[in-house]
Unconditional design. Structure first.
Length: 150
C-alpha cells in the first residue's frame, strides 16, 4: 500500500467518524431543545381553571341526555384548544394548531385529531347522532391528550 493510498484511506475514516459524530450531536441538541421547550410551555397554565372546566366536561358526560354528551365534547375541545394556545402553538383554528404539533411533542396527537373530528361533526352536521360510548371514547381521547400536554 502506497503512502497516498494510506492517506486517502485514513482521511476517509476520519471523515466518516466526523459525519457520524455530527449527526449524533445534532440529535442530542434537538432532544435538549425539545425538553427545554416542553418545560417552558408548561409555565403559565391556569391549572385551577382547567380543573374546573374538566369537571364540567365530566358532569355533562355523566348525564342521560345526548345533548349533554355533545356539550361535553365541545367543552373538552375548547379546553384542548386553549391549552394549545397557552403552550404557544400557532394557527387561526384548532385544526391549524393541531397540524403544527409534532408527533414527538404529543404522542397522542392522532387521538386528539379523532376527538376533534367528532366535535366537528357535532358542530357542523345537522342531526348528528352521538352514542354514549362514542362520547365516552372521545372524552377519553381528550383526557389522554390533555394529560400529555400538561
Amino acid at each position: 500500500m502506497s503512502i497516498i493510498s494510506f492517506i486517502i484511506f485514513f482521511s476517509s475514516i476520519l471523515i466518516l467518524i466526523f459525519l457520524i459524530s455530527t449527526f449524533f450531536f445534532l440529535g442530542k441538541a434537538k432532544g435538549l431543545k425539545s425538553k427545554k421547550a416542553v418545560k417552558e410551555k408548561r409555565e403559565g397554565i391556569d391549572f385551577d381553571q382547567f380543573k374546573d372546566g374538566w369537571q364540567g366536561v365530566l358532569g355533562h358526560l355523566n348525564s342521560d341526555n345526548e345533548s349533554d354528551w355533545k356539550l361535553a365534547i365541545i367543552e373538552a375541545d375548547k379546553l384542548a384548544d386553549n391549552l394549545l394556545i397557552q403552550k404557544g402553538y400557532k394557527g387561526e383554528s384548532m385544526a391549524e394548531r393541531l397540524t403544527s404539533v409534532e408527533k414527538d411533542e404529543l404522542k397522542s396527537i392522532d387521538l386528539l385529531w379523532e376527538a376533534h373530528k367528532i366535535r366537528n361533526r357535532i358542530a357542523h352536521k345537522t342531526g348528528f347522532k352521538l352514542s354514549h360510548p362514542e362520547a365516552t371514547r372521545a372524552v377519553s381521547y381528550y383526557k389522554e391528550s390533555l394529560e400529555e400536554l400538561m
